[in-house]
Design a protein around this ligand. Structure first.
Ligand code: ZN
Length: 216
């Protein structure tokens, strides 16, 4: 089980915008799966051979690789990569590979501000991977049957599952409690039945408001 927790924040940016490009949400393989005042989440699923329309990413974003399009070792090593991009650019993406190319793109809307709380979550399970003016990205890795220790988030966050959970590797010992997932008393996520690309959003840092699974 690996998943990524991104905490929204604020900044601006330059880039190259194609005046003929469509906004990202109009690109047919970019599916809007969640939005609120602070973030929008796009599930981009490009089949082999697919070339996107020229599309514009107006907002800063974090793109998390769920499936890299190819199965060679170098491509597979990119699974779970979480890259921050400043908004204000257009591009065209081609999946020249043999398997689906899939990204979860977390857009940080202009009204969002990064939590001012210190990055106290950094530790053995929440590893702070990226921090800038806009966002903090933690990587969480759990072995089968391992649980997150009790901990608290001070602000809203989005969690994106990268691997594990319901996959075959989970059949050896992970509990099968439903992914309603969060016990506010014990502050534990129950991580079984999570599949790659699955999202959980927590508004106040305590209990997730939305847990969604899209695009399957
Ligand atoms: Zn794009």
């Amino acid at each position: 089980m690996v998943f990524i927790s991104a905490v929204a924040g604020l900044a601006a940016q330059q880039g190259r915008i194609d005046p003929n490009a469509v906004p990202v949400e109009k690109e047919p393989q970019h599916h809007m799966v969640f939005s609120n005042d602070f973030i929008r989440v796009v599930d981009a699923r490009l089949p082999p051979g697919y070339t996107t329309l020229s599309h514009t990413h107006a907002d800063d974003s974090v793109a998390i690789t769920i499936s890299p399009g190819r199965e060679d070792a170098a491509a597979m090593a990119r699974i779970g990569r979480a890259g921050f991009s400043e908004g204000g650019y257009s591009h065209i993406v081609t999946n020249a590979g043999t398997i689906e190319m899939r990204f979860i793109v977390v857009e940080l809307l202009s009204g969002s501000e990064k939590s001012t709380a210190a990055a106290f979550l950094d530790g053995p399970t929440h590893r702070l991977e990226t921090e800038n003016d806009r966002v903090r990205i933690y990587r969480i890795k759990l072995a089968p049957s391992e649980s997150l220790p009790a901990h608290q988030h001070n602000g809203a966050f989005l969690a994106v599952t990268v691997s594990g959970g319901a996959g075959p590797e989970a059949s050896s010992g992970i509990t099968t409690e439903p992914p309603t997932a969060f016990n506010p008393d014990r502050r534990l996520w129950r991580l079984s039945n999570w599949s790659p690309g699955k999202l959980a959003y927590s508004k106040n840092g305590i209990s997730p408001e939305i847990i969604t699974e899209k695009g399957e």
